[in-house]
Design a protein around this ligand. Sequence first.
Ligand code: CAA
Length: 383
Amino acid sequence: GSADFDLYRPSEEHDMLRDAIRSLSEAKIAPHAAAVDEEARFPREALDALVANDLHAVHVPEEYGGAGADALATVIVIEEVARVCASSSLIPAVNKLGSLPVILSGSEELKKRYLGPLAKGDAMFSYCLSEPDAGSDAAGMKTRAVREGDSYVLNGVKRWITNAGESEFYTVMAVTDPSKRSKGISAFVVEKSDPGVSFGAPEKKLGIKGSPTREVYLDNVRVPADRMIGEEGTGFATAMKTLDHTRITIAAQALGIAQGALDYAKGYVRERKQFGKPIADFQGIQFMLADMAMKISAARALTYQAAAASERGDADLTYQGAAAKCFASDVAMEVTTDAVQLLGGYGYTRDYPVERMMRDAKITQLYEGTNQIQRVVMARNLP
Ligand code: CAA
């Protein structure tokens, strides 16, 4: 019946949400995107605009004060913000990444305590898995959490932490039993204000310069035992389950960056005249635009399908999340590179946004697992 075909198009509610987030992004976020990049400063205007419209953490369930948006709605928000400013899109994306361990595996008490402030916009959430010597091999982490009475004492260094310093709350994975590798890792909520928490200098990056990336230092940080997320020894599985869902948000970010680059290039080639006519009249240019649009369509289909799998909790989610992230991020790199090509020398300058989009796209092939790791994950979970 016709209901089956609705699977292939977002609902009216999703379309309305897209209209709302697109207008907000164009009015309040796009005007600051170049300055945020140039000055490598946190996009405060974007955070304020997203919070004012309840779009900073739409995934938080209603029972904890959130909007209770589904995975596709969350994807649409991130996609539309990324279309104008990739750095700003990490606000809703990392709020989901940081808090999803609590949503998936946390006690009722932890959910009440930490999701409320996130939903209200009083706090952001970051996710601390990687370390200086544990990137792709996340289970090789060294950060320790040692039980002492009713507390755990955490020591170690977490690296590449998105929005570190800006977030109030941090999900931290740490080793509670060194003899068990991944089964000896536990997850905790750490607060910025906990004594012993401090941050490294912001990394100087190629792109997403508005989103601070810093080390998080844990120096004898004592947290009550009830801040453990789930049971002792389940932290690695929780971290991996989280990434199954949130790799789709990185796919969304990649998709938005690519769409932003195509939209800009499309307008440019209609205006730019050479040999007495708009360069859009040349077939060589038209074919590039056609390829860019085709790749974006394919990436969007994969991303929305993965979002539906995330929402339903499908058995093949691990594969779907990895496939969407891997494919969409490669598309973002290709499309943004082509957008720079279409603008020629102008595209290579900071007077136009496409070189920023190309620099921002690169990270989507790296974080939440490199695209080589995505292939490892896909190969282990073939459909
Ligand atoms: N769901 C549930 N449990 C899972 C799981 C999943 N998808 N994947 C693994 N597990 C659990 C299982 O319990 C498994 O044990 P069993 O084999 O008994 O089932 C256990 O974890 C160990 O799994 P593996 O043996 O597969 O572990 P591994 O050491 O081989 O690692 C890996 C697998 C896929 C390479 C993983 O280490 C990985 O994903 N690496 C990349 C890390 C990553 O993505 N980092 C991104 C950091 S976040 C970031 O970038 C954030 C940012 O700021 C934006």
